[in-house]
Ligand binder design. Structure first.
Ligand code: UD1
Ligand code: CA
Length: 503
């Protein structure tokens, strides 16, 4: 933005109650595409590099102020104690910066589709026209509820008339006020001071600033937005859903133009803050939130939600739910995996079906293929974690870490009771409860030995299908009938252990 086009300040009107949302959340804090409505407006105004950004807050003031501090710490909140209308809100803002001079951009806080290009064009038009007050307008199919732009026979703007105050003739006008204005500070102060409340809503309308300037012969302008969609406001839940859809369509369009495959745009949702590189493929039902990035060649979905994740080149994330996790190049996740914060999968690692991970590093080429929990763990390279293994990281008081070396084979159904270390090249026997370190190359066995009680079925379950099958297999005659059991002779509890199988 050249200096000639710059604005001295941006004023965002965000104090209104948003009654029509019928929500406890202040209107401007409703979310779409990964940002609050207010966040979108601030993102659109940021490239103007205004000297100051003022946000008028009132309804739900504490939460709006807290949000503002988080998303735009450079912006200043100005409190409008009573919501007496958009004109009053603008006045409160101007009163907060009494020494400010030059052009000021005033914008409704409920216009989440505004773009830097649209705002830049408005500011440029304001300067080009030598105007003291310029309003952004749009030609819309259905102007219901919006302020109408009344022009004279020569096409010059004369007034903005709110629908509730409009004549039938004015209601037929389809050019509407976008709720975005550029005005010279001194002019704005003067005209805002003279606003009345003699209208249908008994409020001080910012829109009433235009007519007196025209009557006083001041140069004003009304500039149509190139894309009327940009200026759409958001007053209720239906409009919020519609704006969210529009925003998403924009994001997906840009991705597809750049070379991302989006198989089903209708069910794919990508936040404006997420990045997907050309050559990536998004399958149906994918949601990419926050700072998520997906690299070229990666395939995400179907039915996958990623929040603040990075997915490396040629990686696959299938039917999974992941947050604050890194999926390395050529790594494979899913189906049905849950990667929780702090998960890092190195190149070629695999996390498979019904596996949950948290604060866990899985080394290059290592695999956790089935039904496991991996919490607070470091796994080296080329290791395999058998099905149904649990990293027992919590003793009810503290969380402890487990370290698995390189080329380790953890047997199925191993409980790794942290803190514990399994050294490079070590094994654990299936079904073990590992409470002590396993040295490199050793086999950790921690389970009861098996014993087989010979003839138990014939004695204790005579006449059953099992007894018959056993008899057929061993060549013995099946004795007795179901329900008539001989008294125990104690032989089902032999002192000798049964045969066991050492792994
Ligand atoms: C407003 C315009 C209308 C325009 C439409 C575009 C007025 C009087 N009307 O109507 O011409 O077509 O936007 O979407 O401005 N606000 C405050 N304090 C208040 C009242 C409102 O900060 O006391 C803020 C709201 O939070 C909102 C903005 O001003 O961000 C506009 O108010 P809203 O009630 O949404 O006005 P609309 O009826 O949509
Ligand atoms: Ca509105």
């Amino acid at each position: 933005m050249s200096l000639q086009q710059a604005v001295a300040a941006v004023v965002v009107l965000a104090a209104g109650q948003g009654t029509r949302m019928r929500s406890a959340t202040p209107k401007v804090l409703h979310e779409l595409g990964g940002r609050s409505m207010l966040g979108h407006v601030l993102a659109a105004t940021a490239p103007l590099e205004a000297g100051a950004t003022l946000v008028v807050v009132g309804s739900g003031r504490e939460s709006v102020e807290a949000h503002l501090a988080a998303v735009a710490p450079g912006a200043r909140a100005v409190v409008q104690e009573e919501q007496r209308g958009s004109g009053h809100a603008a006045r409160v803002a101007m009163d907060a910066v009494p020494d400010l001079e030059g052009p000021v951009l005033v914008v409704n806080g409920d216009s989440p589709l505004l773009t830097p290009a649209t705002l830049g064009a408005l500011v440029a038009a304001h300067h080009a026209a030598g105007s003291v007050f310029t309003v952004l307008t749009a030609e819309v199919g259905d102007p219901t509820g919006l302020g109408r732009i009344v022009r004279d026979a020569g096409g010059a703007p004369r007034a903005i008339v709110e629908e509730k105050d409009a004549t039938d003739e004015q209601r037929a006008i389809r050019e509407v006020n976008a709720g975005v204005y550029v005005a010279n500070a001194a002019t704005l102060r003067r005209v805002l001071a003279g606003l009345s409340t003699a209208n249908a809503q008994g409020e001080q309308y910012l829109t009433d600033a235009l007519a007196p300037l025209v009557e006083g012969g001041a140069p004003v302008a009304a500039v149509r937005a190139e894309d009327p969609v940009d200026v759409l406001g958001c007053n209720d839940q239906r409009e919020l859903a519609a704006r969210r859809r529009t925003l998403n369509d924009r994001v997906l369009d840009a991705l597809m133009v750049a070379g991302v495959t989006v198989v089903d745009p209708a069910t794919t949702w990508v936040d404006v803050t997420a990045a997907v590189l050309p050559g990536a493929r998004l399958l149906p039902g994918v949601q990419l939130h926050g700072t998520t990035t997906v690299a070229a060649g990666a395939v995400v979905g179907p039915d996958t939600t990623l929040t603040d994740c990075t997915v490396g080149e040629d990686a696959t994330v299938l039917r999974s739910h992941c947050s604050q996790s890194e999926v390395g190049p050529r790594a494979v996740v899913g189906p049905f995996s849950h990667l929780r914060p702090g998960t890092r999968l190195a190149e070629g690692a695999k996390v498979g079906a019904f596996v949950e991970t948290k604060n866990a590093v899985v080394g290059e080429g290592s695999k956790v293929p089935h039904l496991s929990y991996v919490g607070d763990a470091t796994i080296g390279r080329g290791s395999n974690i058998g099905a149904a293994t649990v990293f027992v990281n919590y003793d009810g008081v503290t969380k402890s870490h487990t370290t698995i070396g390189d080329a380790v084979r953890v047997g199925s159904d191993t409980m790794l009771v942290a803190p514990v270390t399994v050294g490079d090249g070590a094994y654990t026997a299936a079904g073990s409860v590992i409470t002590q370190d396993v040295p490199p190359g050793a086999m950790g066995v921690a389970r009861a030995r098996q014993r087989n009680v010979a003839g138990w079925v014939a004695r204790r379950r005579p006449g059953t299908a099992a007894a018959q099958a056993a008899a057929a297999a061993t060549g013995a005659a099946a004795e007795g009938t179901a329900g008539s059991r001989p008294a125990s002779d104690g032989a089902d509890r032999p002192a000798e252990p049964g045969a066991h199988h050492e792994q």
